[in-house]
Design a protein around this ligand. Structure first.
Ligand code: ASC
Length: 230
């Protein structure tokens, strides 16, 4: 492989930044927001950022680049497809649980649902992600689809996957901003208290993670070499 060292450096950076994003989300909810619970209160809502950063950002990011890991090129394509689909399934389940947490918290506190741009874009991303997973499973994993159909749908699958991933990151940034604007009073967000600075940094980490993943996924010379299907 061309540039093996450079790929490895990017991968380690992405893993580090992704891992730090998860840690930052946990520190946010435990240190600043009272921790996690499942009782309709603020602690239940806190699952929302934790599960989204863990599943929808970090695990989805790894799922996207899993075919690019050079040491897996000796593994069967089918095994790699199962890993790709499995990671994306875990991410989807975590995203759905995280939405339930947000809705239950809203309903228990009489906060309206689905009015913000964050909620519109976020729900759209979860719906498109579920369709992408279903279609990917039916066309690329099950042995029934003819090769010309696979070939025709593959560029669309790749494009949609990257688009959904970028949309998820945009939605995270809106959600983070919303939550800081709502919950920081006295001192307000505009006074830059420590929580505001810390959580802005979480947003930066998520953007850097996304940038690294999209870079690795879009370098043609880091693609798994073509072979027989599956
Ligand atoms: C698959 C698979 C590929 C693509 C290819 C279409 O299911 O394993 O490599 O689809 O056949 O581009």
């Amino acid at each position: 492989m061309e540039d093996y060292g450079r790929f490895l450096a990017l991968l380690v950076s992405a893993l580090l930044v992704g891992f730090m994003s998860v840690i930052f989300a946990l520190v946010w909810v435990f240190h600043y927001r009272g921790g996690l619970s499942w009782d309709g209160g603020a602690g239940e809502f806190n699952w929302h950022p934790v599960l989204l950063v863990t599943g929808f950002v970090f695990i989805q990011g790894i799922a996207i680049i899993v075919y690019r890991l050079p040491w897996t090129w000796k593994c069967s394509k089918l095994l790699m497809k199962f890993i790709h689909a499995g990671l994306n399934t875990i991410a989807m389940i975590l995203a759905i649980v995280s939405m339930v947490a947000a809705f239950e918290f809203h309903n228990a506190s009489n906060i309206p649902n689905m009015y913000s741009l964050h909620s519109w874009i976020g729900l759209t991303a979860v719906i498109l992600y579920s369709l992408q997973l279903l279609l990917g499973f039916a066309v690329f994993l099950l042995p029934f689809a003819p090769v010309p159909l696979r070939a025709a749908l593959m560029p669309i699958h790749v494009y949609s996957g990257l688009l959904i991933f970028a949309t998820v990151i945009a939605s995270c940034l809106m959600g983070i901003t919303e939550k800081l604007l709502f919950s920081l009073q006295n001192p307000a967000y505009s006074a830059s208290p420590p929580e505001a600075i810390f959580v802005n940094c979480l947003g930066l980490l998520i953007v850097i993670f996304g940038a690294l993943i999209l870079w690795m996924a879009s370098r043609p010379h880091w693609k798994r070499p073509p072979e027989e299907i599956p």
